[in-house]
Design a protein around this ligand. Sequence first.
Ligand SMILES: [Zn+2]
Length: 82
Amino acid sequence: MNRKMAFEYIKISGYHGNSDWVRIYSENRISRARADEAYRVGQKAKINGQKCNCWECKEALSNKEQKWKHTSTPLKKGAQTA
Ligand SMILES: [Zn+2]
């Protein structure tokens, strides 16, 4: 993981409010100030109502959308087969 990615991951950790950043911070030898900064950026994004970019949130969102589409689509007449 390069430092830019590490920064992004810490941002996600800040967004989620979990402690994943500790592992990323120690594994990637980035400065504590930089880690704190990334964490705060993530927290701020959540406060501002921005969407999270991690795959977990994206997947949760797309599942929600699919569900919504599914439930809001009226059943086609004659779709049910014997
Ligand atoms: Zn997320």
